[in-house]
Design a protein around this ligand. Structure first.
Ligand SMILES: Cc1cc2nc3c(=O)[nH]c(=O)nc-3n(C[C@H](O)[C@H](O)[C@H](O)COP(=O)(O)O)c2cc1C
Length: 373
Protein backbone atom coordinates (compact mmCIF):
# COMPACT_ATOMS: atom_id res chain seq x y z
CA UNK A 1 0.00 0.00 0.00
CA UNK A 2 1.28 3.48 -0.78
CA UNK A 3 2.38 5.40 2.31
CA UNK A 4 1.92 9.07 1.44
CA UNK A 5 -0.94 9.90 3.82
CA UNK A 6 -0.93 10.40 7.59
CA UNK A 7 -3.54 10.98 10.32
CA UNK A 8 -7.13 9.78 10.78
CA UNK A 9 -9.29 12.93 10.88
CA UNK A 10 -6.74 15.66 10.15
CA UNK A 11 -5.55 13.68 7.12
CA UNK A 12 -2.43 14.83 5.34
CA UNK A 13 -1.22 13.59 1.93
CA UNK A 14 2.10 14.90 0.68
CA UNK A 15 3.25 14.80 -2.94
CA UNK A 16 6.14 15.84 -5.14
CA UNK A 17 9.81 15.22 -5.71
CA UNK A 18 12.87 17.38 -5.20
CA UNK A 19 13.49 18.24 -8.88
CA UNK A 20 9.94 18.09 -10.28
CA UNK A 21 7.45 20.95 -10.65
CA UNK A 22 6.51 21.33 -6.98
CA UNK A 23 6.20 19.70 -3.58
CA UNK A 24 2.93 20.01 -1.75
CA UNK A 25 0.25 18.73 0.55
CA UNK A 26 -3.49 18.11 0.57
CA UNK A 27 -5.11 18.26 4.00
CA UNK A 28 -8.58 16.85 4.41
CA UNK A 29 -10.36 17.37 7.71
CA UNK A 30 -9.62 21.00 8.56
CA UNK A 31 -12.93 22.41 9.87
CA UNK A 32 -14.47 25.52 8.30
CA UNK A 33 -14.00 28.99 9.75
CA UNK A 34 -10.34 28.88 10.80
CA UNK A 35 -8.56 32.08 9.81
CA UNK A 36 -5.70 31.13 7.52
CA UNK A 37 -3.34 33.07 5.27
CA UNK A 38 -0.25 32.17 3.27
CA UNK A 39 1.85 34.17 5.77
CA UNK A 40 0.76 31.79 8.61
CA UNK A 41 2.36 28.96 6.63
CA UNK A 42 5.25 30.96 5.18
CA UNK A 43 6.72 31.84 8.56
CA UNK A 44 7.11 28.13 9.39
CA UNK A 45 8.53 27.34 5.93
CA UNK A 46 11.11 30.10 6.36
CA UNK A 47 12.40 28.26 9.45
CA UNK A 48 12.94 25.07 7.40
CA UNK A 49 14.42 26.42 4.21
CA UNK A 50 18.14 26.20 3.38
CA UNK A 51 20.46 29.09 2.59
CA UNK A 52 19.83 30.90 5.88
CA UNK A 53 23.19 30.39 7.62
CA UNK A 54 26.72 29.16 6.97
CA UNK A 55 26.09 25.76 8.61
CA UNK A 56 23.17 24.70 6.44
CA UNK A 57 23.03 24.07 2.72
CA UNK A 58 23.58 27.26 0.67
CA UNK A 59 20.88 26.16 -1.85
CA UNK A 60 18.81 29.22 -2.76
CA UNK A 61 15.33 27.75 -2.23
CA UNK A 62 12.80 30.51 -1.53
CA UNK A 63 10.02 28.04 -0.68
CA UNK A 64 7.14 30.38 -1.33
CA UNK A 65 3.84 28.72 -0.46
CA UNK A 66 0.72 28.97 -2.63
CA UNK A 67 -2.65 27.93 -1.19
CA UNK A 68 -4.65 26.46 -4.10
CA UNK A 69 -7.85 25.36 -2.40
CA UNK A 70 -9.87 25.21 0.81
CA UNK A 71 -9.55 28.86 1.85
CA UNK A 72 -12.00 31.64 0.92
CA UNK A 73 -11.95 35.24 2.18
CA UNK A 74 -9.19 34.43 4.67
CA UNK A 75 -10.91 31.45 6.31
CA UNK A 76 -10.96 27.71 5.74
CA UNK A 77 -14.10 26.33 4.09
CA UNK A 78 -13.99 22.75 5.38
CA UNK A 79 -12.92 21.48 1.95
CA UNK A 80 -9.49 19.98 1.22
CA UNK A 81 -6.68 22.49 1.57
CA UNK A 82 -4.01 22.15 -1.12
CA UNK A 83 -0.71 23.96 -0.74
CA UNK A 84 2.26 23.85 -3.08
CA UNK A 85 5.79 25.17 -3.12
CA UNK A 86 7.36 25.29 -6.57
CA UNK A 87 10.85 23.89 -7.06
CA UNK A 88 12.87 26.63 -8.70
CA UNK A 89 16.51 26.40 -7.63
CA UNK A 90 17.56 22.89 -8.53
CA UNK A 91 20.48 21.66 -10.63
CA UNK A 92 20.04 18.32 -12.44
CA UNK A 93 23.61 18.01 -13.72
CA UNK A 94 25.34 16.65 -10.57
CA UNK A 95 22.74 13.87 -10.43
CA UNK A 96 23.04 12.89 -14.14
CA UNK A 97 26.74 12.14 -13.55
CA UNK A 98 26.00 9.74 -10.67
CA UNK A 99 22.62 8.34 -11.76
CA UNK A 100 23.91 4.74 -11.88
CA UNK A 101 25.88 5.14 -8.65
CA UNK A 102 23.66 4.87 -5.55
CA UNK A 103 24.95 7.27 -2.89
CA UNK A 104 25.87 5.51 0.38
CA UNK A 105 23.49 6.46 3.21
CA UNK A 106 20.80 7.61 0.76
CA UNK A 107 17.57 5.97 -0.38
CA UNK A 108 18.87 5.63 -3.98
CA UNK A 109 19.61 1.90 -3.80
CA UNK A 110 16.44 0.83 -1.98
CA UNK A 111 14.18 2.89 -4.30
CA UNK A 112 15.94 1.30 -7.29
CA UNK A 113 15.57 -2.21 -5.82
CA UNK A 114 11.89 -1.64 -5.01
CA UNK A 115 10.61 0.46 -7.93
CA UNK A 116 13.15 0.04 -10.75
CA UNK A 117 12.04 3.29 -12.44
CA UNK A 118 13.07 6.12 -10.11
CA UNK A 119 13.37 9.92 -10.26
CA UNK A 120 16.95 9.94 -8.98
CA UNK A 121 17.41 13.73 -9.23
CA UNK A 122 18.16 15.19 -5.80
CA UNK A 123 16.93 12.06 -4.04
CA UNK A 124 13.50 12.43 -5.70
CA UNK A 125 10.72 11.57 -3.29
CA UNK A 126 13.22 10.64 -0.54
CA UNK A 127 14.68 14.15 -0.55
CA UNK A 128 14.54 16.30 2.58
CA UNK A 129 12.56 18.65 0.34
CA UNK A 130 9.46 16.51 0.88
CA UNK A 131 9.39 17.90 4.42
CA UNK A 132 8.29 21.29 3.00
CA UNK A 133 4.84 19.69 2.75
CA UNK A 134 4.92 18.46 6.35
CA UNK A 135 5.93 21.88 7.66
CA UNK A 136 3.14 23.56 5.65
CA UNK A 137 0.54 21.15 7.10
CA UNK A 138 2.10 21.48 10.55
CA UNK A 139 1.64 25.27 10.41
CA UNK A 140 -2.14 24.75 10.24
CA UNK A 141 -2.02 22.10 12.98
CA UNK A 142 0.00 24.46 15.20
CA UNK A 143 -2.48 27.25 14.57
CA UNK A 144 -5.38 25.05 15.75
CA UNK A 145 -3.41 23.83 18.79
CA UNK A 146 -2.52 27.43 19.72
CA UNK A 147 -6.23 28.24 20.00
CA UNK A 148 -6.29 25.69 22.83
CA UNK A 149 -3.12 27.14 24.41
CA UNK A 150 -1.01 24.20 23.24
CA UNK A 151 2.51 25.28 22.36
CA UNK A 152 5.00 23.21 20.35
CA UNK A 153 8.70 23.87 20.97
CA UNK A 154 11.82 22.37 19.40
CA UNK A 155 15.58 22.70 19.75
CA UNK A 156 18.86 20.91 19.10
CA UNK A 157 20.29 19.31 22.25
CA UNK A 158 23.34 17.53 20.81
CA UNK A 159 25.60 17.82 17.76
CA UNK A 160 28.76 15.80 17.09
CA UNK A 161 28.98 14.73 20.74
CA UNK A 162 28.58 18.30 22.12
CA UNK A 163 25.39 18.52 24.13
CA UNK A 164 23.32 20.30 26.75
CA UNK A 165 21.32 18.79 29.60
CA UNK A 166 17.78 19.38 28.29
CA UNK A 167 16.39 19.28 31.83
CA UNK A 168 18.48 22.33 32.74
CA UNK A 169 17.11 24.69 30.08
CA UNK A 170 13.94 26.73 30.52
CA UNK A 171 11.04 26.68 28.07
CA UNK A 172 11.74 30.36 27.39
CA UNK A 173 15.34 29.56 26.42
CA UNK A 174 14.00 26.90 24.04
CA UNK A 175 11.59 29.45 22.54
CA UNK A 176 14.64 31.60 21.77
CA UNK A 177 16.73 28.78 20.29
CA UNK A 178 15.99 29.97 16.74
CA UNK A 179 18.25 32.97 17.46
CA UNK A 180 21.41 30.96 16.79
CA UNK A 181 22.05 29.01 13.57
CA UNK A 182 22.15 25.56 15.23
CA UNK A 183 18.93 26.19 17.24
CA UNK A 184 20.46 25.22 20.59
CA UNK A 185 18.84 26.77 23.69
CA UNK A 186 22.27 27.51 25.24
CA UNK A 187 24.10 30.03 23.03
CA UNK A 188 27.57 29.16 24.45
CA UNK A 189 27.13 25.49 23.63
CA UNK A 190 25.64 26.50 20.26
CA UNK A 191 28.93 28.17 19.34
CA UNK A 192 30.88 24.97 20.10
CA UNK A 193 28.43 22.95 18.01
CA UNK A 194 28.84 25.36 15.10
CA UNK A 195 32.64 25.00 15.28
CA UNK A 196 32.32 21.19 15.13
CA UNK A 197 30.01 21.42 12.13
CA UNK A 198 32.35 23.81 10.31
CA UNK A 199 35.31 21.52 10.94
CA UNK A 200 33.42 18.51 9.56
CA UNK A 201 32.43 20.54 6.49
CA UNK A 202 36.04 21.61 5.86
CA UNK A 203 37.02 17.95 6.00
CA UNK A 204 34.34 17.05 3.42
CA UNK A 205 32.38 15.23 6.11
CA UNK A 206 29.16 15.63 8.12
CA UNK A 207 27.87 15.18 11.70
CA UNK A 208 24.70 13.98 13.42
CA UNK A 209 22.90 14.96 16.60
CA UNK A 210 19.74 14.96 18.69
CA UNK A 211 16.65 17.17 18.41
CA UNK A 212 14.08 17.55 21.19
CA UNK A 213 10.42 18.51 20.68
CA UNK A 214 7.99 19.42 23.43
CA UNK A 215 4.25 20.06 23.60
CA UNK A 216 3.11 22.27 26.48
CA UNK A 217 -0.44 22.49 27.91
CA UNK A 218 -1.78 19.34 26.26
CA UNK A 219 -4.88 18.05 28.00
CA UNK A 220 -4.83 14.67 29.71
CA UNK A 221 -6.62 11.94 27.78
CA UNK A 222 -5.15 12.12 24.26
CA UNK A 223 -4.20 8.77 22.69
CA UNK A 224 -6.18 5.63 21.80
CA UNK A 225 -4.82 2.37 23.23
CA UNK A 226 -3.74 -0.06 22.16
CA UNK A 227 -2.38 0.48 18.64
CA UNK A 228 -2.95 4.24 18.44
CA UNK A 229 -1.23 5.04 21.72
CA UNK A 230 -0.06 8.65 21.71
CA UNK A 231 3.60 7.68 22.14
CA UNK A 232 3.33 5.08 19.36
CA UNK A 233 1.86 7.66 16.96
CA UNK A 234 4.50 10.24 17.90
CA UNK A 235 7.29 7.71 17.39
CA UNK A 236 5.96 6.80 13.94
CA UNK A 237 5.54 10.46 12.97
CA UNK A 238 9.08 11.41 13.99
CA UNK A 239 10.68 8.26 12.62
CA UNK A 240 9.14 9.00 9.21
CA UNK A 241 11.39 12.07 8.84
CA UNK A 242 14.39 11.38 6.60
CA UNK A 243 17.69 10.90 8.50
CA UNK A 244 15.93 10.15 11.82
CA UNK A 245 17.18 6.83 13.16
CA UNK A 246 15.97 6.82 16.78
CA UNK A 247 13.13 8.26 18.85
CA UNK A 248 12.69 8.34 22.62
CA UNK A 249 9.83 9.58 24.79
CA UNK A 250 10.65 11.21 28.14
CA UNK A 251 13.72 9.67 29.77
CA UNK A 252 13.66 7.08 26.95
CA UNK A 253 16.86 5.04 26.70
CA UNK A 254 18.12 6.44 30.03
CA UNK A 255 15.35 4.42 31.74
CA UNK A 256 17.40 1.29 31.08
CA UNK A 257 19.90 2.43 33.71
CA UNK A 258 17.37 3.57 36.35
CA UNK A 259 15.65 1.77 39.18
CA UNK A 260 11.88 1.87 39.47
CA UNK A 261 12.17 4.16 42.49
CA UNK A 262 14.05 6.66 40.31
CA UNK A 263 12.05 6.16 37.11
CA UNK A 264 8.51 6.40 38.52
CA UNK A 265 7.05 9.89 38.33
CA UNK A 266 5.28 10.44 41.64
CA UNK A 267 1.93 12.17 41.80
CA UNK A 268 1.11 15.44 43.54
CA UNK A 269 -1.55 18.18 43.43
CA UNK A 270 -0.61 21.42 41.67
CA UNK A 271 -1.48 24.09 44.25
CA UNK A 272 -2.27 26.61 41.46
CA UNK A 273 -4.70 24.51 39.42
CA UNK A 274 -5.75 21.74 41.82
CA UNK A 275 -4.92 19.24 39.04
CA UNK A 276 -2.90 16.04 39.44
CA UNK A 277 0.68 16.51 38.27
CA UNK A 278 3.88 14.45 38.52
CA UNK A 279 6.94 15.71 40.41
CA UNK A 280 9.28 14.43 37.66
CA UNK A 281 8.50 13.73 33.98
CA UNK A 282 10.44 10.61 33.01
CA UNK A 283 7.31 9.37 31.21
CA UNK A 284 7.44 12.40 28.87
CA UNK A 285 3.79 13.24 29.56
CA UNK A 286 2.38 9.88 28.44
CA UNK A 287 1.30 6.83 30.50
CA UNK A 288 -0.32 3.79 28.93
CA UNK A 289 -0.38 5.58 25.59
CA UNK A 290 -2.54 8.40 27.03
CA UNK A 291 -1.37 11.97 27.79
CA UNK A 292 -1.32 12.79 31.52
CA UNK A 293 -1.29 16.59 31.24
CA UNK A 294 2.46 17.01 31.80
CA UNK A 295 4.68 18.35 28.97
CA UNK A 296 4.98 15.82 26.14
CA UNK A 297 8.67 15.31 25.41
CA UNK A 298 10.23 13.40 22.50
CA UNK A 299 13.80 13.24 21.20
CA UNK A 300 15.06 12.20 17.77
CA UNK A 301 18.46 10.98 16.69
CA UNK A 302 19.46 12.59 13.40
CA UNK A 303 22.16 10.75 11.50
CA UNK A 304 25.11 12.56 9.89
CA UNK A 305 24.15 13.92 6.47
CA UNK A 306 24.66 11.19 3.88
CA UNK A 307 25.95 13.49 1.12
CA UNK A 308 29.64 13.96 1.84
CA UNK A 309 32.48 15.08 -0.40
CA UNK A 310 34.90 12.35 0.77
CA UNK A 311 35.39 9.40 -1.63
CA UNK A 312 33.21 6.35 -0.86
CA UNK A 313 32.64 2.96 -2.45
CA UNK A 314 29.41 2.12 -4.25
CA UNK A 315 28.17 -0.22 -7.00
CA UNK A 316 27.67 0.85 -10.61
CA UNK A 317 24.12 -0.41 -11.24
CA UNK A 318 24.78 -0.79 -15.00
CA UNK A 319 27.98 -2.84 -14.74
CA UNK A 320 27.35 -4.29 -11.23
CA UNK A 321 30.99 -3.51 -10.46
CA UNK A 322 32.38 -1.56 -7.51
CA UNK A 323 32.96 2.13 -8.19
CA UNK A 324 34.09 5.25 -6.35
CA UNK A 325 31.77 8.17 -5.65
CA UNK A 326 32.26 11.69 -4.31
CA UNK A 327 28.96 13.47 -3.71
CA UNK A 328 29.11 17.02 -5.07
CA UNK A 329 26.49 19.72 -4.55
CA UNK A 330 25.20 21.99 -1.81
CA UNK A 331 24.38 19.94 1.26
CA UNK A 332 23.81 20.47 4.96
CA UNK A 333 26.92 19.40 6.95
CA UNK A 334 24.41 18.73 9.77
CA UNK A 335 20.68 18.37 9.18
CA UNK A 336 19.83 18.95 12.86
CA UNK A 337 18.78 22.63 12.77
CA UNK A 338 16.58 22.02 9.73
CA UNK A 339 14.94 18.99 11.35
CA UNK A 340 13.66 21.16 14.25
CA UNK A 341 10.68 22.75 12.40
CA UNK A 342 9.94 19.42 10.67
CA UNK A 343 9.82 17.53 13.98
CA UNK A 344 7.65 20.27 15.52
CA UNK A 345 5.29 19.94 12.54
CA UNK A 346 5.04 16.15 12.90
CA UNK A 347 4.30 16.43 16.64
CA UNK A 348 1.64 19.06 15.88
CA UNK A 349 0.03 16.80 13.26
CA UNK A 350 -0.24 13.91 15.72
CA UNK A 351 -1.65 16.11 18.47
CA UNK A 352 -4.22 17.92 16.34
CA UNK A 353 -5.48 14.59 15.02
CA UNK A 354 -5.80 13.23 18.56
CA UNK A 355 -7.46 16.47 19.75
CA UNK A 356 -10.05 15.92 17.02
CA UNK A 357 -10.44 12.25 17.92
CA UNK A 358 -10.93 13.23 21.59
CA UNK A 359 -13.71 15.68 20.65
CA UNK A 360 -12.02 18.99 21.45
CA UNK A 361 -12.11 20.26 17.87
CA UNK A 362 -15.50 20.42 16.17
CA UNK A 363 -15.14 18.44 12.95
CA UNK A 364 -17.19 20.79 10.76
CA UNK A 365 -17.18 24.31 12.22
CA UNK A 366 -14.06 25.45 14.02
CA UNK A 367 -15.82 28.09 16.16
CA UNK A 368 -17.93 25.38 17.80
CA UNK A 369 -14.83 23.64 19.17
CA UNK A 370 -14.78 23.19 22.94
CA UNK A 371 -12.04 24.82 25.02
CA UNK A 372 -9.72 22.99 27.42
CA UNK A 373 -11.13 24.68 30.50
C1 LIG B 1 15.08 18.88 6.33
C2 LIG B 1 15.94 17.79 5.78
C3 LIG B 1 17.00 18.12 4.95
C4 LIG B 1 17.86 17.13 4.45
N1 LIG B 1 18.92 17.50 3.66
C5 LIG B 1 19.79 16.55 3.26
C6 LIG B 1 20.97 16.92 2.52
O1 LIG B 1 21.22 18.09 2.21
N2 LIG B 1 21.82 15.91 2.15
C7 LIG B 1 21.59 14.60 2.50
O2 LIG B 1 22.40 13.74 2.19
N3 LIG B 1 20.50 14.22 3.19
C8 LIG B 1 19.59 15.16 3.57
N4 LIG B 1 18.48 14.78 4.29
C9 LIG B 1 18.32 13.37 4.68
C10 LIG B 1 17.92 12.44 3.57
O3 LIG B 1 16.69 12.84 3.04
C11 LIG B 1 17.82 10.99 4.12
O4 LIG B 1 18.95 10.69 4.87
C12 LIG B 1 17.73 9.98 2.99
O5 LIG B 1 16.50 10.14 2.30
C13 LIG B 1 17.79 8.51 3.48
O6 LIG B 1 16.77 8.23 4.40
P1 LIG B 1 17.07 7.72 5.88
O7 LIG B 1 18.27 8.48 6.36
O8 LIG B 1 15.84 8.07 6.67
O9 LIG B 1 17.32 6.25 5.80
C14 LIG B 1 17.61 15.76 4.78
C15 LIG B 1 16.52 15.43 5.60
C16 LIG B 1 15.70 16.44 6.10
C17 LIG B 1 14.55 16.06 7.01
Amino acid sequence: MPGNSFGQIFRVTTFGESHNVAVGVIIDGVPAGLELSESDVQKELNRRRPGVSEIVSPRAELDKVEILSGVFNGKTTGTPITMIVRNIAFEDEPYEIIKDLPRPGHADLTYWLKYGHVDYRGGGRASGRETVARVAAGAIAKKILKKFGIDILGHVIEVAGIGIDPEKVTFDAIRNADKNPIRCADSNVAEKMVQKIKRAKEEGDSVGGIVEVIALNCPAGLGDPVFDKLDADIAKALMSIGAVKGVEIGAGFRLAKMRGSEANDQFAIDPKTGKIITTTNNAGGILGGISNGMPIIARLVVKPTSSIALPQTTINLKTMKEAKIEVKGKHDPSICPRVVPVAEAMLALVLVDHMMRAGYVHLTKFEESSSLK
